[in-house]
Design a protein around this ligand. Sequence first.
Ligand SMILES: [Zn+2]
Length: 341
Amino acid sequence: MKRTLIERLNKGPVICAEGFLFEIEKRGYMSAGEFVPMVALENPDALENLHKDYQHAGSDIVLAFTYNGHREKMREMDKEDLLEPLNRAALQIAKKVANNPIGNEKNLMAGNISHSNIWEKDNKESHFQAEKMFTEMVEWAVEEGADLIMGETFFYAEEAYKALEVIKKSGLPSVINLAPMAENFMQDGISIVETCIELEQRGADVIGMNCFRGPATMMPYLKKIRKEIDCHMSALPLPFRTTHENPTYFSLPDNNGCTCHAPSGKTFPTALDPMYCNRYEIRTFFEEAYQIGINFLGVCCGATPMHQREAAEAAGLTVPASKYRESKMRGTIANNPMYEN
Ligand SMILES: [Zn+2]
């Protein structure tokens, strides 16, 4: 038995772990900055292991790691000939893990498309090219047995609409996540909330936000969106302490102000470690998200399995990794006077 995405969301929380880019990089199988998901071809075991770790942490959806594995990026990296093999390999690995659940019910496998990097406002040719990129990736996902398609990190409203249009043609459930830049507006001048209202009218099944923002700068928008739309919503923040001054991780001061390793604007932020949310901050975010009626939950770039477990437990779930959550100290360490108040 395998319920559909909507059946599951109607029943309660559904966990979709993300953050493959950062976690695979941290595990030593990907270059920061380049961020081409070659791991599906070069080290498939490493990718499968991360999927399994997320599954253990409670992920109900196995999201194929094809983020950035689109034609524009592959062309830029001189790897266009590997575009289709890479996509199919990532989808097959995700499908394999989804079909081998820890519990009785199979997981759902999700295909993945994201902002194209080429979309420009009022540039019809760029829209046409982006549509082609979305279409080929969605077709491969359908052929490899995806149960839903997630379109994500859109910062142009019109690009999100186009992605939705392509996904809807496939007949699979659609999840559309926005990732507005620091202006707190979509780049084509449409407000975040208006974009979500329009996406709902155009028939998106799940609408929300992912990536770019941590709990503090995502939650205010989720609350506004929740008041305006009736369909299911998604929330997949970064586990970083973004602030009113620096609403996205792109603008967070790296390494507590030290710019020696990753000067802003020159390389990708790779020294965000001091800005990590702890598990309790993550828990607070997801408790609130679930409470306001958001059922599609997960943590994006920077997440470890611990964060995913916390998201699941915040929504009231007990997952395989719950067995190993922190407990009261026992034995010799607890008896050490060092730990006395
Ligand atoms: Zn992300």
